[in-house]
Write a protein that binds this ligand. Structure first.
Ligand SMILES: [Zn+2]
Length: 473
């Protein structure tokens, strides 16, 4: 039952040091030099980094979209995640209008139960506000451990909610300890630009990007940030892609508002020109917000380095090129939105970030694990290596070189949007609560090994907010 990880370089968001880790009953029992425990299985981590397991706060597994369902479900999606060094995902649970929030949660529990090889939690979509929803928000926070709520400002007529819904969600979340997340794009104007493009016969994948310009992401980001300030609430902006949006987040943060931002590996290494690939291959790169002009990559790296953006999510949302993406041949609005990134999120950030000198090793851990744990109520159970924390560990070879390819990835989807990208660094073994999920690059865990994790309310991780809420009594 006991294990000792020996001789590795332990890396957290704050420290890097040589040490051994004693694991007992799924938890980290002790950290020290030359630990000895006769009954323990010894895992040699000589020459390897030992990271806390990655936390991906943004996935869509087994999710319906545009008349189809994502190719990867909670089994195949979490297998890919585990190979890539991620031990916890937080998935988006979609709600239906006129139905209780808990109806949607039940559905997501049914999809995921017995499927996942790593731990998982849920964010809950808020698509409308009424008496029932206002009553349920504190209940799902306190009783179901679902403490973050997503409002879509885009996808008009499908997922989009109006500003009143966003504002009331912000107010209610503030009262009850929730964190509000937004997909920030101006859906009304995008709808208009899209209809106009189609009427002009502009149907190729590139028009997906051209009808969703960065100004509309910046505008929605700024609007959400200002509504958050007015509500004195807290906001997490998912998949930030461009200068216009980064500026809005930076401005809100400089004024002291609780506004946080996430970006994704795809926006750091790909750009808008990929949507112009011939033979409809541009459809492989269709998701929202779209890929941007290349100069934005440097803007995003700088925002990560300076702390204006805090986390890296994958926005995993995979659709096969053959049979799913091609639903949009002749009409870019019918291309299912999304791409497969859960497996490579961790490695791409290490390779492009740490290896290329853009961020430090500790910043890397902060972005792929610790910050998400803190913001989403998982810390210190997850997101760090400390006595008492879950023994979710990644033993990582920092010098191994490989080329990303659909031939070798472990997801079910039929293509990789990062095909051919050379990366340095690869997880060798991955432990979840002290048990191997990946051992020497082989999957050894069964579906159902991963458990649903109830998360803590937002203010519990913010001493000032907690103090303030106690004072208000
Ligand atoms: Zn998403």
């Amino acid at each position: 039952m006991k294990k000792i990880v020996k001789n590795g370089t332990i890396v957290t968001a704050s420290d890097s040091y040589q040490g051994d880790i004693l694991i007992e009953n799924g938890k980290i029992a002790e950290i020290g030099l030359n630990l000895n425990e006769p009954e323990a299985e010894v895992i040699n981590a000589d020459g390897l980094y030992v990271f806390p397991g990655g936390i991906d706060p943004h996935t869509h597994m087994d999710m319906p979209f545009g008349g189809t369902v994502t190719k990867d479900n909670f089994e195949t999606g979490t297998v890919g995640a585990a190979y890539g060094g991620t031990t916890t995902i937080i998935d988006f649970c979609l709600t239906e209008k006129n139905k209780p929030l808990r109806h949607a949660l039940k559905k997501w529990h049914e999809k995921s139960e017995g499927q996942a090889v790593i731990d998982y939690g849920f964010h809950l979509q808020i698509s409308e506000i009424n008496e029932e929803v206002l009553r349920e928000i504190p209940e799902v926070i306190e009783e179901d451990g679902v403490t973050s709520f997503k409002v879509f400002m885009a996808y008009k007529g499908v997922l989009q909610a109006d500003d009143e819904t966003l504002f009331q969600t912000l107010v209610k979340a503030k009262e009850s300890g929730g964190l509000v997340m937004v997909h920030a794009e101006n859906g009304d104007v995008i709808n208009h630009l899209t209809q106009r493009a189609l009427a002009e016969g502009k149907t190729d994948p590139i028009y997906h990007a051209l009808t969703r310009p960065p100004e509309l992401e910046g505008e929605a980001t700024g609007r959400a940030a200002k509504l958050t300030a007015l509500a004195d609430s807290q906001l997490y902006v998912v998949h930030v892609t461009c200068k216009e949006a980064v500026e809005q987040i930076a401005e809100a943060r400089s004024k002291g508002f609780s506004v946080y931002g996430e970006t994704c590996p795809q926006y750091l290494v790909l750009d808008q020109s990929y949507l112009e690939k011939p033979d409809f291959e541009g459809a492989k790169y269709v998701w929202s917000p779209p890929l941007r002009e290349k100069f934005n990559q440097e803007v995003l790296w700088n925002a990560l380095k300076s702390g204006e953006l805090q986390t890296i999510g994958s926005d995993q949302c995979s659709f096969d090129f053959h049979g799913q993406k091609d639903l949009g041949k002749g009409d870019f609005t019918k291309i299912p939105n999304g791409g497969p990134f859960v497996e490579d999120r961790f490695s791409v950030l290490f390779s492009e970030g740490v290896k290329k000198g853009r961020i430090s090793l500790n910043q890397f851990v902060d972005m792929v694990s610790t910050q998400a744990a803190k913001l989403f109520g998982l810390f210190p159970q997850k997101g760090t290596i400390a006595p008492g924390s879950d023994a979710d560990l990644v033993l990582f070879d920092p010098n191994k070189e490989r080329t990303i390819s659909a031939e070798t990835h472990h997801l079910a989807v039929d293509y990789s949007a990062l095909e051919g990208l050379k990366v340095t660094g690869e997880p060798v073994s991955v432990l979840l609560r002290g048990e191997y999920v990946i051992k020497d690059k082989q999957l050894v865990a069964e579906p159902g090994t991963g458990k649903f994790i109830k998360r803590a309310p937002f203010y519990k991780n913010s001493p000032e907010k907690k103090a303030a809420s106690l004072l208000r009594g």
